[in-house]
Design a protein around this ligand. Structure first.
Ligand SMILES: Nc1ncnc2c1ncn2[C@@H]1O[C@H](COP(=O)(O)OP(=O)(O)OP(=O)(O)O)[C@@H](O)[C@H]1O
Length: 326
């Protein structure tokens, strides 16, 4: 049986923040009377993740993703609820726990700006007390998979964002963590950079059976890596399940793209579906999910079809619809 690596029950994290109205008068008043409000960043969230799963953690800005990751890695003490990761209570920050996890935040630099990445790797080796053999083999593997050889001796400040991110990943994985938390690992990267990070993460998961929990605004990261997604909004979990089920539940239509050998009058399409886009000889029709196969068959039989393809709408659109209903 696959073990449960992460167990979260009724997790809540509330912040008490000082509220101040704008303006000088308000600033002076706040010196004598402070007003506080409670921000409920995470509210009664429960989920469980098995060994080796790759989970996409989705939600709009301010939904509570980073706060949850911080509770799972022990950077924040939960206000309520129970969290265990690999059997440990994260906020105790026991070294036996820290040796088995890693948190990578796309917007943070954990390397040393003026030194080459190789120096940061040595520091992590000392922090984790890695023996020479395992350190060397982990480093060799990461250098090869992330193509770091040309970067090892260069100052971190001169690296591109994508190059730096590859080095960040290596630094975070030298101790071979079995659970990896990633907060926006492809933030700001170009298409090639995103692809490099994605394929590396997929490979790392496959090779070491690591459990991965990843937040990203790029749906491509999630569709490429995760079968299961957690959707959080306003601190509350809205969906936990297969990405495919989420798509099916929130998208009653599929897109049928038809390319014709010769044009047909616009009215022709009314019998098949709703036209959502026309691009030269290619027409995209919105068709109810249950009818797509039959509609495609009719199109092939009735019209001079060169090509026909059936697709789900972009996942971004579906997620937006989930948030809109939340
Ligand atoms: N230290 C803090 N003090 C006060 N409020 C906080 C603190 N950290 C987070 N918050 C608030 O908690 C809520 C959730 O924030 P969080 O960073 O977890 O969201 P997120 O889903 O990661 O968003 P994003 O996608 O924008 O990074 C937000 O309203 C945020 O302003």
């Amino acid at each position: 049986m696959v073990g449960r690596v992460i167990e979260v029950t009724g997790l809540a994290k509330h912040f008490r923040v000082h509220r101040r109205q704008p303006g000088l008068g308000a600033a002076l008043r706040s010196l004598v009377r402070r007003e506080h409000v409670t921000v409920r960043a995470v509210n009664d969230v429960s989920f469980s993740i098995g060994e080796g799963e790759v989970i996409g953690f989705l939600g709009p800005n301010g939904a509570g993703k980073t706060t949850t990751l911080k509770c799972l890695t022990g950077l924040l003490h939960p206000t309520a609820g129970a969290v265990t990761v690999l059997g440990h209570t994260p906020h105790r920050r026991e070294s036996a726990f820290l040796r088995r996890i890693s948190l990578v935040m796309g917007q943070r630099n954990s390397l040393f700006w003026d030194l080459p990445p190789a120096d940061a790797f040595e520091v992590n080796r000392a922090i984790y007390g890695l023996a020479a053999g395992p350190y060397r083999s982990a480093l060799e593997e990461l250098v090869e998979l992330l193509d770091l050889e040309p970067l090892l001796g260069r100052q971190v400040r001169v690296l591109s964002l994508g190059e730096r991110m590859r080095c960040e990943l290596a630094a975070a994985l030298l101790h071979r963590p079995s659970v990896l938390f990633l907060d926006e690992p492809t933030l700001g990267l170009d298409v090639n950079g995103q692809a490099a990070v994605r394929s590396f993460l997929a490979g790392y998961n496959a090779r070491h059976g690591a459990t991965v929990l990843l937040t990203s605004h790029y749906m491509g990261d999630v569709t490429a890596l995760a079968r299961r997604v957690l959707v959080i909004d306003g601190g509350t979990l809205r969906f936990d399940g297969d990405l495919a089920a989420l798509v099916e539940a929130h998208s009653p239509h599929r897109l049928v793209r038809v390319t014709l050998r010769s044009p047909v009058p616009v009215e022709t399409w009314t019998g098949y579906g709703r036209v959502s886009e026309v691009d030269g000889a290619m027409v995209t029709l919105q068709v109810p999910r249950a009818d797509t196969a039959a509609v495609a068959a009719r199109l092939l039989a009735d019209l001079p079809v060169e090509d026909v393809a059936i697709e789900d709408p972009p996942v971004e659109q579906i997620i937006q619809a989930v948030f809109a209903h939340a």
